[in-house]
Design a protein around this ligand. Structure first.
Ligand code: FEO
Length: 395
């Protein structure tokens, strides 16, 4: 990524990863990502805020050269995850006078993950400030806004918040700013669902702190920056709120058509009752989209056949993923079909019990669903309608 000026003395110097399709060997990134790093140059001192994934160390070094930086005084590490800290060992060799700025927990992780020499690290506390000469960096320790050590850095004079993972998006783009927010919003929501949703309470607390700042620009460590911060702040206020929508998410898989028939009938039954439905065939679904739907859904109903002794592996994978992403979903259930036995319902109930959601009695049938089975699904749809009346605001 080319060097871009954000404010006098403040530049974006990170890298764009146009081709990344799987982040952390876990999360789909269909639109790539970026690893944003920033230089803040005061009249006395110069700081680099975060580094880049080591795959892109050359891009970062070239950008520092383009800025004519012969030395760095500080390297602020907001977050020890290697996509932001991984180039630190190289930078410490190249800039022997540079001091690493990190909070205490981040220091501990840098020692373990990157073998950074302890004497190169200066620990800062929440609210501490660092004067670079006309540019003041204020550190905000915000644990569990991805990892336990995460911190943000606020540059007071220009009102720029270097928010690290918070407000990021996995989006490779030549645009520095997210001025067309409606275009960026899906990527930002996907990022929230995949990265931030498990930490909703911590994110909400961080959001309150951030909202009290005089903010001109939010500069996250992935994706474009926001020079109209209210747009992303409002989106996060919605996603992190307790409010859910009159929406049922149905991740499903079917082998011989029985479970598919149940999903089809159940989907229609919900629609007829005025409930929005989003089914996803797990053999072809983008799990990022499943997670995005889970941000809003009042109810998740897993639909899976029994394979030998338990749930189809695609349902095991997706249910485990949702259980650790911890959406604010209020109700869960299971539907599906079996041939001769097995513990599918028990298995999925156990996985879904990690969500703070009420389990509605499953509808699990033997073989192809007949009239009584379809009636039971209609009953499940009726129950969901009643449950939603208690948790979904009336429009
Ligand atoms: Fe982008 Fe938690 O690292």
């Amino acid at each position: 990524m080319a060097v871009r000026e954000i404010a006098p003395g403040v530049h974006a110097v990170g890298a764009v990863d146009w081709n990344l399709r799987l982040f952390d060997a876990l999360i789909g990134t269909p639109q790539g990502t970026s690893y944003n790093a920033y230089v803040v140059k005061g009249s006395e001192k110069t700081a680099l805020i975060d580094t880049v994934d080591p795959k892109f160390e050359e891009d970062l070094l070239k950008n520092l050269m383009r800025l004519g930086l012969g030395s760095l005084d500080y390297i602020v590490i907001n977050h020890a995850e290697q996509d932001h800290s991984g180039t630190l060992p190289l930078l410490l060799e190249m800039f022997p006078a540079a001091t690493v700025i990190a909070d205490e927990k981040c220091r501990d992780l840098l020692l373990r993950l990157l073998l950074v020499p302890e004497e190169r690290i200066r620990i800062v506390k929440d609210g501490e400030a660092l004067d670079l000469g006309g540019k003041t960096l204020e550190f905000m320790v915000t644990p569990w806004v991805h990892w336990p050590e995460t911190m943000m850095t606020y540059e007071r004079e220009d009102g720029i918040l270097f928010s690290c993972d918070l407000f990021g998006s996995h989006l490779a783009t030549s645009e520095l700013y997210a001025d067309d927010f409606m275009q960026i919003r899906p990527a930002a929501k996907r990022y929230y669902a995949e990265i931030m949703m498990p930490f909703r309470a911590s994110v909400r607390a961080a959001l309150e702190r951030v909202s009290a700042l005089d903010l001109q620009v939010i500069a996250p460590s992935h994706g474009p920056l926001y020079r109209n911060p209210v747009l992303i702040l409002d989106a996060y206020a919605e996603w992190t709120s307790d409010a859910v929508k009159n929406l049922v998410l149905i991740p499903y898989v079917s082998m011989h058509g029985s479970t598919a028939k149940m999903v089809s009938f159940f989907t229609d039954a919900l629609i007829e009752r005025g409930v929005e439905v989003q089914p996803y065939d797990l053999t072809r679904a983008d799990l990022g989209e499943v997670a995005m739907t889970a941000v809003d859904a009042a109810t998740i109903v897993f639909a899976a056949p029994t394979v030998l002794f338990g749930p189809h592996p695609a349902a095991v994978h997706a249910s485990y993923l949702l259980s650790i992403l911890r959406p604010k979903t209020k109700f869960v259930s299971v539907i599906g079909s079996y041939g001769w036995g097995g513990k599918t319902v028990q298995h999925l109930k156990e996985t879904l019990s990690h969500l703070d959601a009420e389990m509605i009695e499953p509808v699990y049938v033997r073989g192809y669903p007949g009239g009584e089975d379809l009636a039971a699904l209609a009953g499940l749809a009726d129950t969901i309608v009643k449950k939603h009346e208690d948790v979904v605001p009336r429009s």
